[in-house]
Design a protein around this ligand. Structure first.
Ligand code: KG4
Ligand code: ZN
Length: 339
């Protein structure tokens, strides 16, 4: 341990994962603790905000203690505390934020508020690949679908975003409609593996001339297709439906990313957010990027979905840039990228 080393304790509680992690110098993961509430929310078919807040309260301190223990560090040795303050569920965010603030204040450490979506993007700095701004980022999570330019470590420019449903939300809603458990993305991906992606032609929403997305029409088309078969008493081939739906979403994400790469001339694109765990998307986007002379980087599997390593990593870059948050930092449920 040298005086120049920067140890960031990251804390994340924006949705249904209570997480804490310690990252050294923005690149070495010393601990990564994730306590997931997925089995609890599965009974309800989605995240129940009040239950999420209560579970975060129960778990936040043990999760932070374990992250420090695994890193073999005490709070005295931590340089700064980085905590997600938005976007997300307000009650859930407040639990991690309050814990982070209290800990930082009591231990006389700087507090750094982190944007959850920027955290997802920064998970790519731990992928082991050589990544330097400027690059393009495709953020695809449960609540967001956006294309943004990462101009440097602290400047982000939004190119386009969804006008209605997020990609992950579309996966979750279709899965729920098909009777699959929450979260729907991984379930659709599993089912799609045994289906024919070319069997059903769903409409492909491209919104030409913009970098925006729209998935609600596709969602309705899938639901209408299923309703139609049910009304006629015809059998549903769920694997074919899952495969064709996934193929359509992936094609849209790839074509829009190619447009954005061409328009910006950027040579690197990163995937970020829970949907980045999808192997079909990773494969198709790698190929799509190559076709326009660019390359794809995506986070390692454990860092695709919500975690605190990404928050600590984002926090590291804010720390060395001199950013500090005030003690009255509040949760911002609808925090935008780059704010
Ligand atoms: O980033 P994340 O963990 O939480 C939010 O910040 O929203 O993303 C969760 C979303 C859910 O909609 C989930 O269904 C989706 O990511 N997801 C996937 C996969 N794994 C998670 N979607 C498609 N394929 C996957 N393998
Ligand atoms: Zn997320």
């Amino acid at each position: 341990m040298t005086e120049q080393d920067v140890y960031i304790l990251g804390i994340e509680s924006s949705c249904d994962e209570t997480a804490a992690a310690v990252v050294k110098n923005g690149k070495e993961v010393l601990s990564n603790i994730i306590s997931t509430q997925i089995p609890i929310h599965r009974k309800f078919g989605g995240v129940v905000p009040e239950i999420a807040s209560r579970k975060h309260i129960e778990r936040i301190m043990p999760v932070i203690d374990k992250a420090l223990d695994d890193a073999k560090l005490t709070m005295a040795e931590i340089t700064a505390v980085a905590v997600t303050y938005g976007p997300g569920l307000v009650g859930a965010l407040l639990v991690g934020l309050s814990a982070g603030k209290a800990l930082a204040f009591a231990c006389d450490k700087p507090l750094i508020g982190v944007n959850h979506l920027e955290g997802h993007v920064f998970a790519n700095f731990l992928s082991g690949e050589d990544l330097k701004p400027p690059f393009l980022a495709l953020v695809v999570s449960g609540g967001h679908t956006s294309l943004l330019i990462v101009e440097d470590y602290n400047t982000f420019k939004l190119l386009g975003q969804t006008r209605d449903d997020a990609a992950g939300e579309a996966f979750d809603k279709i899965a729920r409609f098909m009777g699959l458990p929450y979260p729907g993305g991984p379930e659709i991906e599993k089912l799609a593996a045994s289906g024919n992606p070319k069997s059903i032609a769903f409409p492909k929403p491209l919104l030409p001339g913009t970098h925006d997305f729209s998935f609600s029409g596709l969602k309705s088309a899938v639901i209408n297709y299923i309703h139609g078969l049910e009304q006629k008493g015809e059998p549903l081939n769920k694997a074919d439906i899952a495969a064709s739906f996934q193929e359509t979403i992936v094609e849209v994400l790839v074509e829009k990313s190619q447009d954005a790469l061409r328009a910006t001339g950027l040579k690197q694109i990163v995937l970020a957010g829970g949907v980045s765990a999808n192997k079909s998307l990773q494969k198709a986007l790698a190929k799509g990027a190559e076709e326009v002379g660019a390359s794809l980087i995506h986070p390692t599997a454990i860092l695709c979905t919500d975690n605190a390593v990404m928050i600590a990593t984002r926090g590291y870059y804010q720390y060395i840039h001199g950013e500090r948050s005030a003690w009255n930092l509040n949760a911002i449920p609808a925090l935008k990228l780059g704010e």
